[in-house]
Design a protein around this ligand. Structure first.
Ligand SMILES: [Cu+2]
Length: 156
């Protein structure tokens, strides 16, 4: 376990090229569990790739710590939570995030250059406008389903 920012994350060794993107849009609202998911954006795969990338913000307005177990999508065979960090040589590396705690009155931000979702093995090609459902799984059996449309990389 490493203590990073406001959350505990489990890092499993994994390397990948880093991807830098920007994103911020609002949607959603606070539910009975005090969870709000917002700023969800998905970007289409780069040329020659089938892997899309997504960003979001999840905030806990409640009094209890919540745990984000992961994200799934019916449009993808595999969805992983990753974090991009720079190694000692300044090279971007991606690490797999197993799960994350969301403390009361705090937020986890998945955004350009840091945490992100990797959406892999799509069941059909992902292009600008493709409708995608993301299911955020919170411990205690709560799941949040959010529909977004893939965006062109040109709008990053
Ligand atoms: Cu990644």
């Amino acid at each position: 376990m490493l203590e990073i920012w406001d959350s505990d994350i489990v890092l499993l060794k994994r390397s990948w090229a880093g991807i830098l993107l920007t994103a911020l849009v609002s949607c959603g609202g606070v539910d009975d569990n005090g969870i709000e998911i917002s700023a969800v954006r998905i970007f289409e795969p780069l040329p020659g790739s089938t892997t899309a990338v997504a960003y979001f913000r999840i905030e806990n307005f409640g009094d209890d710590t919540r745990k984000l177990l992961g994200v799934t999508s019916p449009q993808f065979g595999v969805v992983e939570m990753h974090e991009t960090t720079l190694d000692e040589n300044g090279v971007a590396r991606m690490s797999h995030i197993d799960e994350m705690l969301i403390r009361p009155e705090s937020a986890l931000v998945f955004a350009a250059g840091g945490r992100h979702l990797m959406l892999m093995n799509p069941i059909a090609p992902i292009v600008d406008g493709t409708r995608i459902e993301l299911q955020f799984e919170i411990e205690s059996g709560v799941a949040y389903s959010i529909i977004v449309h893939a965006e062109s990389r040109h709008r990053q």
